[in-house]
Design a protein around this ligand. Structure first.
Ligand code: ADP
Ligand code: MG
Length: 405
């Protein structure tokens, strides 16, 4: 099995052909609707530029947020179209609909090297329908945008683990290729998944505890150490009998955590101290406490400094590192030290120990940029959190499998 790639398509020739591209433009927006982290847009540019240079008529598709199957201006791709226009140095028109009349007229009107964007694919409920026929009908409409001699390029790595119309079903309806981003992600993650150099240290944090418990199970056999911080760790601490007070907790997962501790206790590395805060607010009173010392009614928004030292020690010997999930609520400056310290330790291990380091996860990647850390200090920053986790768990990603020939 090998992936059909953008290079294969460019070798066939794209001059004058419509090429439908599924990108990942699911960027964070602030209340004013401004893009706060353009990482995913930047990452999408090489594929788009290569198609433009080849003379393709480029039609971009993507989702933004969760508009739940109906058109909603709050989730319009308008800010993305603007950012793309700036980044590419050419006008990127946004269609007023996804596969409606406006999208079709604009697609028909493209000339060589033009780029357009259709509206948020999740404005259409069929995009994420469970029913294959419903998704298929929508995928037919998307494929029709690319006309008779068209092609499909899948470049939204953040969504390839989803069986969705614009990712998966459309790839069965047009000649389909992996974009540069998807190709690079798959190459890097394949190496990490199948042949990691040891010691292999996995760092898990973030807020989606139940999502990530499966990863621990799957990676425990492969990794030498699993460091657990962030919102994930409190359910483990509760399983060890600590009172985590108002910290993030998934009560129904406590037994699962107990079981994981029993089975993989020697591999799991948990915090040894915590930051505690009186409230979930940047200006709340806060102090470093022992695991058993979160004051009544307080919560823990970050790991403590001794935990950072211990985690850094483990990381300093690693030859392969995969990091998913911030160690604390890094969005608030007083709670960012854990994430910053661990990220720096990974950068140091990469530079000093020659470790191969991969960052996966939208918020983890955003934290690197938000904290002003050197993105080039990591071997690879993945644009797909869920997708990279599923890949490392050894699951087949439908949006990648469909590109194999
Ligand atoms: P990623 O996108 O990298 O996979 P997640 O989406 O799982 O990461 O989690 C990111 C979020 O986790 C961040 O917004 C961060 O504020 C939150 N988080 C981290 N630590 C804590 C904590 N101790 N309490 C509450 N939220 C936390
Ligand atoms: Mg996230």
């Amino acid at each position: 099995m090998s992936l059909k790639t953008l290079q294969d398509l460019l070798d066939e020739g794209v001059d004058g052909r419509h090429v439908l591209v599924r990108s990942d433009f699911n960027v964070p927006l602030n209340d004013a609707g401004e893009i706060t982290d353009p990482g995913r847009i930047t990452a999408s540019l090489p594929t788009i530029q290569a198609l433009v240079d080849g003379g393709a008529k480029v039609i971009l598709s993507a989702h933004l947020g969760r508009p739940k199957g109906e058109a909603n201006p709050k989730y319009s791709l308008a800010p993305v179209a603007e950012a793309l226009s700036d980044a590419l140095g050419q006008w990127v028109a946004l269609a007023g609909d996804v596969t409606g009349e406006d999208a079709h007229e604009r697609a028909n009107g493209l000339t060589e090297g033009d780029v357009m964007l259709v509206e948020n694919v999740r404005f259409d409920p069929r995009e994420t329908a469970k029913d294959e026929a419903e998704r298929g009908a929508f995928a037919d409409e998307l494929a029709a945008l690319a006309a008779d001699d068209g092609a499909f390029v899948s470049d939204g790595f953040g969504v390839v683990h989803r069986e969705q119309a614009s990712v998966y079903d459309v790839a069965k309806r047009l000649p389909a290729y992996a974009g540069k981003l998807v190709e690079k992600e798959v190459t890097v993650l394949e190496k990490t998944a199948t042949d990691p150099e040891h010691p292999y240290v996995v760092v898990l944090g973030g807020s989606k505890v139940s999502d990530k418990l499966g990863v621990i199970e799957a990676l425990a056999g492969k990794a030498d150490k699993l460091i657990i911080g962030g919102g994930m760790c409190y359910t483990f601490l509760a399983a060890q009998g600590y009172n985590t007070q108002k910290s993030l907790l998934q009560e129904e997962m406590i037994d699962t955590c107990k079981d994981l501790l029993d089975r993989f206790g020697d591999k799991l590395v948990l915090p040894v101290d915590l930051l505690a805060a009186a409230e979930f607010s940047a200006d709340a009173e806060n102090r470093v406490v022992a695991l058993a010392g979160i004051p009544e009614g307080w919560l823990s928004p970050d790991i403590g400094p001794e935990s950072v030292r211990e985690f850094a020690e483990v990381l300093s010997t690693a030859k392969t590192i995969f990091w998913n999930g911030p160690m604390g609520v890094f969005e608030m400056a007083p709670f960012a030290k854990g994430t910053e310290g661990v990220a720096q330790a990974i950068i140091d291990a990469t530079a000093d120990n020659g470790a191969f380091s991969v960052v996966g996860g939208g918020d983890s990647a955003a934290s690197v940029r938000a904290l002003g850390l050197d993105e080039d200090g990591f071997s690879h920053i993945s644009t797909g959190g869920g997708a990279s986790l599923e890949f490392l768990e050894g699951k087949e990603l439908p949006g990648v499998a469909v590109l194999n020939q």
